[in-house]
Ligand binder design. Structure first.
Ligand SMILES: Nc1nc2c(c(=O)[nH]1)N=C([C@H](O)[C@H](O)COP(=O)(O)OP(=O)(O)OP(=O)(O)O)CN2
Ligand SMILES: [Zn+2]
Length: 120
């Protein structure tokens, strides 16, 4: 069993209702995000690959396009735009086309933060 990963980046704005730093979080502000999808599987003896990275890139492009340079509060099926909800949202977009998906991680590198989702 091998695991391969692919990162993609997006910049987006949001608001957040929270107890700590409440006022600043409620105002529209932005973050640079990095997301990583991980696929597990056996290596195909002919291709030498778990899955072609070109295919993985195509699979995540739709999600990236929907998130990049957007106001995340306007994405109906996201909920509060936390890293947690972004990770499960990306999962829901990619998993149907990619059964080998085992994890989605969303990073906010500038803050040293991340959240991983492995499905339910
Ligand atoms: N469990 C989570 N906690 C928090 C999340 C989250 O996604 N999951 N997100 C936030 C906010 O996005 C908030 O805006 C972060 O604010 P703060 O911690 O004050 O950090 P900065 O705005 O300074 O972050 P920079 O990325 O460095 O601008 C809070 N909690
Ligand atoms: Zn924020």
């Amino acid at each position: 069993m091998h695991e391969i990963t692919k990162d993609f980046r997006f910049d987006a704005a949001h608001t957040l209702i929270r107890e700590i730093a409440a006022e600043g979080s409620r105002r529209i502000h932005g973050h640079s995000y990095r997301a990583q999808v991980a696929l597990r599987g056996s290596v195909d003896p002919t291709s030498g690959m778990v899955a072609d990275m070109g295919l993985v890139e195509q699979l995540v492009e739709g999600a990236r396009e929907t998130l990049d340079h957007r106001f995340l509060d306007e994405i109906n099926d996201l909920g509060p735009a936390t890293m947690e909800n972004l990770a499960s949202w990306i999962w829901r977009k990619v998993k149907p086309e990619c059964p080998q998906l085992v994890r989605v991680t969303v990073f906010r590198d500038s803050a040293g933060e991340s959240c991983s989702y492995w499905g339910e």
